[in-house]
Design a protein around this ligand. Structure first.
Ligand SMILES: NC(=O)c1ccc[n+]([C@@H]2O[C@H](COP(=O)([O-])OP(=O)(O)OC[C@H]3O[C@@H](n4cnc5c(N)ncnc54)[C@H](O)[C@@H]3O)[C@@H](O)[C@H]2O)c1
Ligand SMILES: [Zn+2]
Length: 404
């Protein structure tokens, strides 16, 4: 409900506008997204039954602008084109090298030029993004700029984007050598998730996504932790594909990961609350990731951060020795690095100081408590941080788990 308050001062009149903004968006897991008989990709974002019926009855062809990660396009182009042709869609496909290095405003502008030339109706013709987190983030930002906000649809094709980058509201590109410095909080009209894209994802990128899944498990869900502990290696081997042994574990793991992620994100879509469990693994890792770029993938850097924090938790009395070892073994089973020589005490201290600056003067350090619980600590002493570091290095720096 919009409210306008008028007040008079000596300088003149002043109006204060209070306008709560409501975002509604759907995250839908589906199968066979590119099967020509499945209309989810074209119509699944429409929530009003009357509008849906009108579109289905109309003789007007559907028009769609589609941006696809170049690597994904190499594999899925025939299926995608067949899908669009079979559904009589007027389309333009833009295939782009959406790599982390190209995640820039220049690429967002390149997309916008093409969108503009294609001339779409911003009310009824959402832009479709198909790819990993990089592609979804760039297209999301471009869409949020075009005519001030054009709806867009996310189709994640990596595990990381399936459970993380496609479920929240954030878009962005890198800027001034900093990750995601330009961006907007504009959720998609819908995200359509199809696990079958994962079958072509390189094994290392499946591990990468499992790190973000493990993050949610450690912070919020013991059942998900146990599932990853028991079935993680098999999920990695099968790439979440639905053969008999994998079907249940794969769908349970993704459902819990997305559900817990949304529980955390939805009440805090604009990240006003700085106490965020989803920040676990993200305090030290940004500095580490940028320092060794391109050697560690995002999830790998996150895992190294989480591994160190597990030792901090242990030293703080929040984890038993047995729980600590179970977590580290689970990480190793997911083929994630648990230590890195570039993650020095100096880097950790600098990263935590940086965190203080951007987080309202408190470090707000999420720490695991037992398996599947967490606290946000503001008073972990330097002594504990040091003791944890020494123990961490002593136990894990033998090189066997340092993949880079
Ligand atoms: N918006 C958010 O909330 C959010 C959350 C987490 C991460 N992110 C962003 O996501 C990005 C990382 O995403 P990512 O890990 O998906 O990386 P990515 O987009 O770089 O994809 C990883 C690699 O896999 C390839 N690929 C993608 N799908 C494939 C498929 N089905 N088959 C074969 N190859 C495929 C890509 O070409 C790329 O080489 C980062 O830039 C990060 O900032 C955003
Ligand atoms: Zn992350």
């Amino acid at each position: 409900m919009l409210t306008v308050y008028e007040s008079q001062t000596e300088q003149g009149t002043s109006w204060t506008v209070v306008s709560p903004i409501v975002f509604t968006y759907k995250v839908t897991e589906t199968r066979h997204l590119l099967d020509p008989s499945n209309d989810t990709l074209l119509l699944g974002h429409i929530t009003d039954p009357q509008q849906l019926e009108d579109v289905k009855k109309s003789n007007m062809p559907i028009k769609r602008f589609v941006v696809v990660d170049q690597e994904v396009y190499k594999i899925y182009a025939p299926k995608l084109i067949e899908y669009l042709e079979a559904n009589n869609v007027l389309y333009k496909i833009l295939s782009l090298p959406t790599t982390e290095e190209n995640k820039t405003i220049t690429m967002a502008l390149q997309i916008l030029e093409e969108v503009h030339n294609f001339s779409l109706d911003r009310r009824s013709e959402p832009i479709i993004a198909i790819g990993g987190g990089v592609c979804l983030d760039i297209v999301g930002l471009a869409a949020s700029l075009y005519r001030r906000r054009t709806p867009y649809i996310r189709v994640p094709t990596t595990l990381l984007s399936y459970i993380d980058a496609s479920v929240g509201a954030k878009t962005g590109v890198n800027f001034a050598n900093c990750k995601n410095k330009l961006g907007a909080y504009v959720p998609p009209a819908a995200a359509f998730l199809d696990l079958s894209f994962l079958q072509t994802v390189p094994r290392r990128h499946i591990s990468n996504g499992l790190a973000e899944m493990l993050k949610m498990a450690l912070m919020k869900h013991r059942g998900l932790f146990e599932l990853l502990e028991t079935h993680g290696p098999m999920l990695l081997d099968t790439k979440f594909q639905a053969d008999n042994s994998c079907l249940q574990a794969a769908s349970q793991a993704t459902r819990i990961a997305i559900g817990t992620m949304l529980e955390e994100l939805a009440p805090n879509l604009w990240e006003d609350d700085l106490n965020r469990l989803v920040d676990f693994g993200h305090l030290v890792s940004p500095s580490l990731e940028m320092k060794v770029l391109p050697f560690l993938l995002h999830g790998e850097a996150v895992n190294i951060d989480m591994s160190y924090m597990v030792y901090v938790s242990k030293e703080s009395g929040l984890l038993t020795e047995n729980e600590k070892q179970r977590i580290i073994s689970c990480m190793v089973g997911l083929e994630l690095p648990v230590w890195h020589e570039a993650c020095t005490m100096e880097l950790i201290q600098k990263a935590l100081q940086e965190r203080l600056k951007h987080s309202g003067g408190l470090v707000r350090m999420p720490l695991p408590v037992g398996l599947g619980g967490a606290v946000i600590s503001n008073d972990t002493s330097c002594e504990i941080l040091h003791k944890a570091f020494v123990k961490w290095r002593e136990e894990l720096s033998d090189g066997s788990s340092d993949s880079n």
